[in-house]
Write a protein that binds this ligand. Structure first.
Ligand code: M6R
Length: 369
C-alpha cells in the first residue's frame, strides 16, 4: 500500500501536486471566480465578519500562521492565529462577527475541538478546514471546507499541510472576493496563479536529490537552525518541527529579524542554518534584509543552506548549499518552499536509522488535551 515507496511519508510527499490540484478542483471557474457555496456561511454573514481568529496545533498551526498574512493582505480584516491549546484559557474576545477558523487534518485533535467549542459558546461562527470527512471537528462546526489530500498515514504531516495552505488561501481570496476589496485585480491574478501552482510543486520534487545528499551529510549534527521572514517564518518553524519529530534533533525556527535579539549567539563554527529566502520580486526590502542575515551568520561560521527562487543571484555568494525553488508569488511561496524541508527531514531521519512513519512518542491524532 506504500505504492513502491520506502515509507508512507515519501509516498505522501510525492502525492502533493495531486493533493493541491484536488483541493482546488471544482472551486475555481474558468473565469477565475471562486465558488465555495459548500461553505455554509452566507455571503451576508461573511461581509459582516470583523475579525478572523485561526486555531490549530502543530503543522496545522503553521498553516494558520501563513493564513494570517494572506487574510490580512487580501481582505484587510484583522486576523490572529493562536495555538488551539492556549486559546480558551485566556478568555478570548469573541462575538457573532468573529469568524473562527479551526484547521485540523484529522478532525479529532482535542485541543482544537475544545477551542472551537469555546468559540461557539461565545457566539462566534466556526469554519473548519479539515481532511477527514465526517470527523468531529467539522461535525461540530458551522461550516467546513474540506482539503482533498486523501488519507495521510505518516505521523508527520506533509500533503495535509500543503492542502491546508490551499484551503486557507481559498478562504482568504473568497473573503476578499465576497467583500470586494481594492485588491480585486490582484485577487483574480492570484486565483489564476494558485490554479497553476501544482506544476511548481512537481518541479521541486524533481530536483530533490541534492537535498537528500545534503541531509545525509548532516546526520551526525546535533542542531539545525531555520530562518525565514514574512510567510517564510512559519515555513522555517515547519522545517524545524519536521526535523524534531522525525530526526529527534534539536531544531529551531526563527524570524530572521529576531537573530540580533538573541539567537545569533547560537551561531558557531559549522552549525547548519537553513534560510528560506523571500521572493526577490515585489518584496525587495525583505529580500535585502535576509541577504544581510545570511552574510552575518556565515561570517560567524554557520554552514548556510539557502532556499531561494530561480533567478535570485544575489544569494549565490553566501550559500554553502543552494536549493532552488521556482519563482512564486510571495504569499504562495510556502507551497513550494516547504517541500525541500520535508524531504530534508525525512532523509535525515532515515540516515539516523529512525522509523519515519511512526516517530517515537507521537501519535497521528492527539485526542487528549
Ligand atoms: O490532525 P491535526 O491537523 O489537528 O493535527 C495537528 C498536529 O497534531 C499535527 O499537525 C502534528 O503537529 C504533526 N505530527 C506534525 O507533523
Amino acid at each position: 500500500e506504500k505504492g513502491g515507496y520506502a515509507s508512507f511519508m515519501l509516498k505522501e510527499i510525492a502525492e502533493q501536486p495531486k493533493a493541491v490540484t484536488d483541493t482546488l478542483l471544482g472551486r475555481i471557474d474558468p473565469e477565475g471566480t471562486l465558488h465555495l457555496d459548500e461553505v455554509r456561511i452566507t455571503r451576508g454573514e461573511l461581509r459582516e465578519v470583523d475579525k478572523v481568529v485561526i486555531v490549530a496545533c502543530g503543522t496545522a498551526y503553521h498553516a494558520g500562521m501563513i493564513a494570517k498574512y494572506a487574510i490580512e493582505h487580501w481582505t484587510r480584516i484583522p486576523c490572529e492565529t493562536e495555538l488551539a491549546s492556549e486559546f480558551r484559557y485566556r478568555d478570548p474576545i469573541l462575538d457573532p462577527h468573529t469568524l473562527v477558523v479551526a484547521i485540523s487534518q484529522s478532525g479529532e485533535t482535542m485541543d482544537t475541538l475544545m477551542a472551537l467549542r469555546h468559540a461557539r459558546e461565545q457566539g462566534a461562527k466556526v469554519l473548519a478546514i479539515c481532511n477527514t470527512n465526517g470527523s468531529t471537528i467539522p461535525r461540530e462546526s458551522d461550516a467546513v471546507l474540506y482539503t482533498h489530500a486523501g488519507p495521510e498515514v505518516a505521523v508527520a504531516s506533509t500533503k495535509a499541510f500543503l492542502t491546508q495552505l490551499v484551503a486557507c488561501y481559498l478562504v482568504a481570496l473568497y473573503l476578499g472576493q465576497v467583500r470586494g476589496t481594492k485588491w480585486g485585480d490582484e485577487i483574480r491574478t492570484v486565483i489564476r496563479q494558485l490554479s497553476e501552482i501544482s506544476g511548481s510543486v512537481e518541479r521541486v520534487l524533481e530536483t530533490m536529490e541534492p537535498v537528500r545528499e545534503l541531509a545525509r551529510s548532516l546526520a551526525s549534527h546535533d542542531t539545525v537552525l531555520f530562518l525565514g521572514r514574512h510567510v517564510g517564518f512559519p515555513v522555517a518553524l515547519e522545517g524545524a518541527l519536521k526535523l524534531k519529530e522525525l530526526a529527534y534533533m534539536h531544531a529551531e525556527g526563527f524570524a530572521a529579524g529576531e537573530l540580533k535579539h538573541g539567537p545569533i549567539a547560537l551561531i558557531e563554527d559549522g552549525v547548519p542554518v537553513v534560510v528560506v529566502v523571500p521572493s526577490p520580486a515585489g518584496r525587495s526590502v525583505l529580500h535585502g534584509k535576509i541577504v544581510s542575515n545570511i552574510q552575518e551568520i556565515r561570517a560567524r561560521g554557520a554552514r548556510t543552506v539557502v532556499i531561494a527562487e530561480e533567478g535570485d543571484e544575489e544569494v549565490v555568494p553566501y550559500a554553502d548549499h543552494l536549493i532552488r525553488i521556482p519563482a512564486t508569488p510571495t504569499l504562495l511561496q510556502p507551497l513550494v518552499a516547504t517541500v525541500p524541508l520535508q524531504v530534508f527531514a525525512c532523509e535525515l531521519a532515515t540516515a539516523r536509522g529512525n522509523e519515519v512513519d511512526q516517530p517515537r512518542n507521537l501519535a497521528k491524532s492527539v485526542t487528549v488535551e
